[in-house]
Ligand binder design. Structure first.
Ligand code: PMP
Length: 427
């Protein structure tokens, strides 16, 4: 038995499913999850001392690679100053200044402790500001696990939502309308009927939780338009895309101006952090200035702020995103070439430093139905074949892949060599 298998068995005795977040359990792809001992640069090392090129990067935060010395030094230098004060610090203001400078639509921002908290709070603010209850989300987009967001579409396009998880009250789920990503007409029809009851649209501007699906031309612009017309707020959930698709996030790349933005992952440099912000007109409705309540014991934690600021400084360097994007493009292109050579129908999609792999005959994947129509068995076999060759992809066909600036020529070549073997094994 491997040490990972042994540790997984032990974990399952006291942790539900042996993990603290479901996708880590390898349930979708099957097999035993690797237990990680340490990580450095582009690599993870498991408890059996196997080394893997990592394309998860802790699901996004480790954009300059693991155990980045610059970040570790900053964290070390703060340790002796204490771990948390529950009182304001200069670091929090520095973080707010940096975020408002980097994210085009952001004038004010508040720190929280996870992406889930960020989206939950942004939705409360949109509801509080507009005095409306309904929200619009898109099938296949994930915005954390708060009640209003664990909702799927009802049976017809315009029926009210139903919970995807026991524990979410149907009374609450009915306020969530779930539409099809990239379907402009569907959005217009919904707003024509219910626009004056809708508090906000929340969207991943590049969907990264049903694999990687960029917006089609005009989709994000149409969302902006219906929100402006109806008085609903447009929330871009940039927890994943922030500082990854471009320095200023997807809103900078696609030049669309949301009212509120949610952030996480990279902002904390590897610590548990989220943030939500936007136009002062909306943000000033938050307590203590306004009536919309939101709070947090550890929000703005000094270690997390210091690590996050150090990472944001690094990703702000000239050409950082150009290089990240160039690696991701070459990776995707190389994978497609090798799949073609092996006669396997396969396409990739990519936006900045995130990418998606699809086993499909279609030339593009544009929504949840397209993503779920892909060949899941093939993905799972490919995942395990790559793992055997020392490449750690996301253990699910519905997650985007992430690269870091620590991924260089050596890793690219090793990954593509591994893929050649893996595609051949699928035949
Ligand atoms: N929004 C998006 C777009 C996400 O990808 C995630 C998590 N992957 C979340 C929100 C929730 O963030 P967290 O897991 O930090 O609660």
């Amino acid at each position: 038995m491997t040490r990972s298998a042994d540790l997984f068995k032990r974990a399952q005795e006291f942790i539900p499913g042996g993990v603290n977040s479901p996708v880590r359990a390898f349930k979708g792809v099957g097999g035993t999850p690797l237990f990680i001992k340490k990580a450095e640069g582009a690599y993870l090392v498991d408890e059996d001392d196997q080394r893997y090129i990592d394309y998860i990067g802790s699901w996004g935060p480790m954009i300059t690679g693991h155990a980045d010395k610059d970040i570790l030094d900053v964290v070390r230098s703060r340790l002796d100053l204490g771990l948390s004060y529950g009182a304001p610090t200069e670091l929090e203001t520095e973080m707010a200044e940096v975020l408002c400078k980097l994210v085009p639509s952001m004038q004010k921002v508040r720190m929280v402790n996870s992406g889930t908290e960020a989206t939950m709070s942004a939705i409360r603010l949109a509801r509080g500001y507009t005095g409306r209850d309904k929200i619009v989300k898109f099938e296949g987009c994930y915005h954390g696990h708060s009640d209003s967001l664990l909702v799927k579409a009802g049976s017809g396009a315009l029926t009210f939502g139903v919970p995807t998880s026991p524990g979410v009250p149907a009374d609450l789920a009915q306020h969530t309308l779930t539409l099809t990503f990239n379907d402009i007409e569907g959005v217009r029809a919904c707003f024509k009927e219910l626009g004056d009851q809708i508090a906000c649209i929340i969207v991943e501007p590049v969907a990264g939780n049903m694999n990687c699906i960029p917006p089609q031309a005009g989709f994000l612009e149409a969302l902006r338009e219906v929100c402006t017309e109806s008085g609903a707020l447009l929330i871009f959930d940039e927890v994943m895309t922030g500082f990854r698709v471009a320095l200023g996030g997807a809103q900078e790349h696609y030049k669309v101006d949301p009212d509120l933005t949610t952030l996480g992952k990279i902002v904390g440099g590897g610590f548990p952090v989220g943030a939500f912000g936007g136009k002062a007109e909306f943000m000033d409705k938050l307590s203590p200035l306004g009536p919309v309540y939101q709070a947090g014991t550890l929000s703005g934690n000094p270690l997390a702020m210091a690590a996050g600021l150090a990472l944001l400084k690094k990703v702000s360097q000239a050409d950082f995103h150009k290089q990240l994007s160039s690696y991701a493009k070459r990776l995707c292109q190389g994978l497609e070439e090798r799949a073609k050579a092996a006669g396997i129908p396969f396409v990739t999609q990519q936006a900045g430093g995130m990418f998606g792999l699809f086993f499909t005959e279609q030339s593009a994947v544009n929504n949840f139905a397209d993503a779920t129509a892909c060949n899941l068995e093939r993905f799972n076999a490919f995942f395990h074949a790559m793992l055997k060759e020392g490449v750690y992809l996301a253990p699910s066909a519905y997650e985007a892949g992430f690269i870091s600036s620590a991924h260089q020529e050596e890793e690219l070549e090793a990954t593509l060599n591994a893929a050649e073997q893996a595609f051949a094994s699928l035949k």
